[in-house]
Write a protein that binds this ligand. Structure first.
Ligand code: 13P
Length: 301
């Protein structure tokens, strides 16, 4: 059954001139059928560069939206239309407009975990891999950082700019408790702890390295440690195990499961290619403004 589904996906991919992009948090079978697996930044880049006609985006909605914003002439399919992101829902256009009025001199730096409409109201986007670089790159000394407060804190502690932080958070990473980190440290005293900057600042402070999912993969590839504790969504373990068969990886907390990332499976990928659904569409007046914010991010050196 599994094999047949994979063969059918491959056939349809050729027929439709489609590319499958998957986020590092997707379940293993979906990662394994993808043409590219990556972090938000890598996936945005791929979406902007691909010459395929169809992008099947295995991730959550804001990621598929970014692909459509960057490649409007392509058909972008989200195999699971209910794959949302609670963090992206924590800021809306009206609320952001009010904050902009309150801080008229601030540059709005918006994390890609946001809707297309919110991106359209922003000066520039960032991902977890380039947030500090983006903040440092913008003119002026005041930044309004939207919507992740933990990533915002991470940046604020490392820049001399004034960072006004929106009160949003990733419901998966935010649940990690510093007590859990201390317990894991006691159980594996020699193992480095690497965490995603969406974790609370008290957790970030206890980590040996803080990075995006692609950064965590790089750190683990290069590390000489044979055991590493990973503080991000557990889907990343699939790739870590595949790339580092001689190393052991433990997830920092059993709470690190994103239910939205787990909604996509091979059957849904196949159905999506068969029926060409669910198509991601963005009104052009929103898309062009959101495009400017994403494009600026991709240009930051
Ligand atoms: P990365 O850009 O590090 O892959 O993070 C994506 C994300 O949404 C984390 O919750």
């Amino acid at each position: 059954m599994g094999k047949e589904v994979i063969e059918r996906i491959k056939e349809l991919k050729k027929e439709r001139n489609a590319v499958i992009l998957a986020h590092n948090y997707q379940i293993g079978e979906v990662q394994d059928v993808a043409d590219f697996v990556g972090d938000s930044f890598g996936l945005s880049r791929k979406a902007a560069e691909t010459d395929a006609d169809v992008i099947v985006f295995c991730g959550v909605k804001f990621m598929a939206e970014s692909a459509k914003i960057l490649s409007p002439e392509k058909t972008v399919l989200l195999p699971e239309k209910e794959a949302g992101c609670p963090l992206a829902s924590m800021v809306d256009v009206d609320g952001l407009k009010e904050m902009k009025k309150k801080y008229p001199g601030a540059t709005v730096v918006t994390y890609v975990n946001s809707t297309a409409a919110v991106k359209a109201e922003s000066d520039i986007c960032c991902t977890s891999s380039n947030a500090l670089k983006v903040v440092e790159s913008v003119p002026g000394n005041q930044v309004l950082f939207v919507p992740d407060k933990n990533l915002g804190q991470y940046v604020a502690r490392r820049t001399s700019k004034e960072v006004i932080i929106w009160d949003g958070y990733c419901t998966t990473h935010h649940r990690v408790d510093p007590e859990e980190v201390k317990e894991v440290k006691a159980a594996h005293p020699d193992a480095p702890i690497v965490v995603h900057p969406e974790c609370p600042p008290e957790v970030v402070e206890l980590a040996d390295h803080v990075d995006s999912t692609a950064g965590i993969l790089k750190y683990c590839r290069e590390s000489e440690a044979d055991t590493i504790i990973v503080g991000t969504e557990q889907g990343l373990i699939h790739r870590l195990n595949k790339e580092n068969p001689d190393k052991k990886f433990f997830v920092l907390s059993p709470k690190l499961i994103c239910p939205n990332m787990k909604k996509t499976n091979l059957d849904k990928v196949l159905k999506s290619l068969e029926k060409m659904e669910t198509r991601v569409e963005i009104p052009e007046n929103i898309r062009t403004r959101a495009y400017n914010a994403l494009k600026k991010m991709l240009e930051v050196k």
